[in-house]
Design a protein around this ligand. Structure first.
Ligand code: ADP
Length: 450
């Protein structure tokens, strides 16, 4: 087992990793930018190192400084959290070359899944169902027209290097295709420096359902059921739940086993998430995230498994000691993302938190690095905290979420809490009847309080 782990992140996920390390008896090193000197993860770690100025490019993404921090502190492993360098294969390789373990998948798997065309090709080869579309990239407009005619309109033009919903354009007819290709290519070139694109059938009313996996890199892998993350705004998840209100135990077992056996074949190491769109009873692979995800606590809540602890143990070379039969889903969990943003316009609202009172009681978990008097800096993402509630049934979980939201008090900044206080009373939400477009429609139509 590791003696000391450097946490190459900030905010709630840095704290989450720190907690897992403490429970495993592992010493911790926090790194921080000059803007984060007063941050909670710095206060709670055994040691801390300043790695640069506020801009992420110069601090949390600064590989030479992170390496130096490992060397100074004698850390023998790095946990990257999510975002920043978590899916940077080169970073993983550099660490390994310097004798520091990367707590995450093998670099070659990070690289494959980071290229969406390659990821899809790999998924298909491993027997995972994919969205119908082009075999690999489309190099000419003519080829794209041919593929579109085969799969039928509407189609989605997607960037191979895409992320965060960028470089994606819908074409509803042959006339729209040329301009969709042009826009997607130029957006991708600007954002990612790579203009390769591919074509997919555009699904009109899917849900977003993802499967959590864990592997030990030696061919043992399990799935931990699904999370339903259909409530999204601009392709960003705002509310996640497990299990999905839609799928049956038989469907879960089937897709779960398909994914787990693919991971066994790959000899996948660590935690990962295979994301699907789900429409009319069928699953369609869209991408795989080779890291821990923001919404991992809902899975922890219904499986009782500490995912960060497992990530650390398998990275240290221990075999997976859970079998598929050990994983029994119990109850229902919902997570809402409390962002420092205006609840309607989603304009970021950094600044000083003058009052921060979190809910408690049975089945309530709050993961956050915010404290009263803390100033949320404007340089990073706006996630201020995550509220996760667990109960025996979905109906009880919604009741619990309502009362937990009522207890939550945040002053000094705007948050997305008022939006969730509306959503918990909405009939579609109560029935679990929503697809990936539902929230955008709701936001376009509804007024606060209506
Ligand atoms: P990114 O890496 O940019 O997040 P994804 O491939 O994960 O891109 O897709 C992000 C979101 O875009 C999905 O959650 C879904 O809302 C939408 N999307 C992706 N592919 C399709 C598709 N074929 N049909 C309809 N919507 C899609």
């Amino acid at each position: 087992m590791f003696g000391k782990i450097l946490i190459a992140n900030r905010g709630e996920i840095a704290l989450r990793v720190l907690r897992a390390c403490k429970e495993l008896g592992i010493a911790t090193v926090a790194v921080h930018s000059t803007a984060d000197a007063d941050a909670m993860h710095v206060k709670l770690a055994d040691e801390s190192v300043c790695i640069g100025p506020p801009t992420a490019k110069d601090s949390y993404l600064n590989i030479p400084n992170l390496l130096a921090a490992c060397e100074i502190t004698g850390a023998d492993a790095v946990h990257p959290g999510y975002g920043f360098l978590a899916e940077n294969a080169r970073f993983a390789e550099i660490l390994i070359d310097h004798g520091v373990q990367f707590i995450g998948p093998k670099p070659e798997h990070i690289r494959i899944m980071g290229d969406k065309i390659e990821a899809k090709r790999t998924a298909k080869k491993l027997g995972i169902p994919c969205v119908p579309g082009s075999e690999g990239g489309v190099s000419s407009d003519e080829e794209a027209r041919k593929v579109a005619a085969e799969i039928g309109f509407p189609v989605l033009v997607k960037a191979a290097a895409g992320g965060g919903g960028r470089g994606m354009k819908v074409a509803r007819s042959a006339e729209e295709l040329a301009s969709a290709l042009y826009t997607a290519r130029s957006e991708a070139r600007n954002a990612f420096g790579d203009d390769s694109v591919y074509l997919e059938k555009y699904l009109s009313t899917p849900r977003h359902i993802e499967i959590q996996v864990l592997g030990d890199g030696r061919g043992n892998a399990v799935h931990l059921g699904e999370r339903d993350c259909s409530l999204q705004r601009r392709h960003q998840k705002v509310w996640e739940e497990a299990p999905s209100p839609t799928i049956t135990p038989e469907q879960r077992a089937e897709i779960g086993e398909t994914v787990a056996s693919a991971m066994r074949e790959m000899k996948y190491l660590g935690a990962g998430t295979v994301e699907f769109l789900y429409e009319q009873g069928r699953f369609y692979f869209i991408e795989m995230n080779t890291r821990i995800q923001v919404e991992h606590p809902v899975t922890e809540a219904i499986t009782g498994i500490d995912l960060i602890n497992e990530q650390i143990r398998v990275a240290a070379g221990e075999p997976l000691d859970i079998t598929q039969d050990d994983i029994v889903l119990k109850g229902h969990a919902i997570e809402v993302r409390v962002n420092a943003e205006h609840p309607r316009t989603f304009r970021p609202s950094p600044g000083k938190v003058t009052n921060w009172h979190v809910p408690g009681g049975p089945g309530v978990r709050v993961d956050s690095a915010v404290y009263q008097g803390y100033s949320i800096p404007p340089f990073y993402d706006s996630l201020a905290g995550k509220l996760i509630v667990t109960a025996r049934t979905r109906a009880e979980c919604l009741m619990r979420l309502r009362r937990a939201l009522d207890e939550f008090v945040v002053d000094g900044i705007e948050t997305t809490l008022p939006l969730f206080r509306e959503l918990v009373h909405n009939d579609d939400i109560i029935r679990g009847a929503y697809d990936i477009h539902w929230l955008e429609h709701f936001l376009a139509e509804g007024e606060p309080g209506s």
